[in-house]
Design a protein around this ligand. Structure first.
Ligand code: GLN
Length: 279
């Protein structure tokens, strides 16, 4: 009996982040997402734990609340995709089915889909946890990104970050975008969508890192993961610093011409056709 109460008590107040391939899939400040999740849990009195899940290890993946899968160049993706298929896929699918949540950025996002094909035509099979496929193009999509998000209850309704990818991702019927790009290229630079939301998985091209400037998304991930333990609300935190950083990116974006995808969707008016704004 003692063990059970101890387990329940410990379980009740712990918050566990599982970091997939921290040594290989971690670029453009992705580590900041880990720090944000752990800190926001600690500030709310949780015993915040981090499990590093490199190649080969799958220890205690059933105890993880939020998995993070960062970005990586084609070389790093080539080094992890087999381990993902052979070792991580089954426990990850079980954990997500049991209510755990996944945040995957860029290269990680691509490998959770059906496949990632490099610009040279080499194809890395993904685990198909989300209904997306990615094929790289010759031109890299680089720069600030502003997304108007469709995620219910997210306030502010914008997400900001930085993208740098050659992959063009296309969503299948089971996946829906996390929003539409106001600035930047997003999933593929043509359909105006960004990211993917499917079950407990959030995929995105937003590096930067993402969560420090989007604390509302961090809380969305935490609330979603803790719901299975009867946690509906999280105590409020003072996010004034985080949100002013968010605002700065939005202001900067206002001074930029809208995303190419948006431009192509807008009826061409003679004025804009002639002289697009300075970059
Ligand atoms: N190698 C992938 C691409 O170029 C992912 C890059 C990244 O994670 N930033 O699209």
């Amino acid at each position: 009996m003692g063990d059970l109460t101890h387990t329940v008590a410990r379980h009740k107040k712990t918050f566990t982040v599982g970091w997939l391939y921290p040594d290989l899939m971690n670029i453009y400040g992705d580590r900041g997402n880990i720090l944000t999740l752990l800190k926001r849990a600690e500030w709310r009195g949780y015993d915040a734990r981090l499990f590093e899940l490199g190649r080969g290890t799958t220890k205690k993946m059933d105890e993880v609340d939020v998995f993070f899968f960062g970005g990586g160049q084609d070389r790093e993706q080539a080094l992890v995709y087999q381990d993902l298929l052979e070792h991580k896929q089954p426990p990850l699918e079980r954990a997500v089915a049991a209510g755990a949540v996944v945040l995957a950025v860029c290269g990680g996002y691509q490998l959770l889909g059906h496949y990632y094909q490099t610009a040279e035509g080499e194809r890395f099979p993904g685990i198909g946890l989300i209904d997306v496929r990615t094929e790289a193009g010759k031109r890299r999509f680089i720069g600030d990104v502003v997304v108007d998000t469709d995620i219910v209850g997210l306030k502010p309704t914008t997400l900001v970050g930085f993208e740098n990818h050659s992959g063009r991702t296309f969503l299948g019927p089971k996946a829906k975008p996390i929003g539409r790009v106001r600035l930047g290229f997003g999933n593929n630079g043509t359909d105006g969508t960004e990211g993917c939301l499917q079950g407990g998985v959030v995929g995105t091209y937003l590096h930067g890192s993402l969560l420090p400037k989007n604390p509302h998304l961090a809380d969305y991930l935490m609330r979603s993961a803790l719901r299975r333990r009867g946690v509906d609300e999280l105590s409020r935190l003072d996010d004034s610093v985080e949100l002013s950083a968010h605002e700065r990116i939005l202001e900067r974006a206002q001074r930029r011409p809208p995303s190419r995808a948006l431009q192509e969707q807008r009826p061409r008016s003679s004025a804009t056709a002639e002289k697009p704004g300075p970059s």
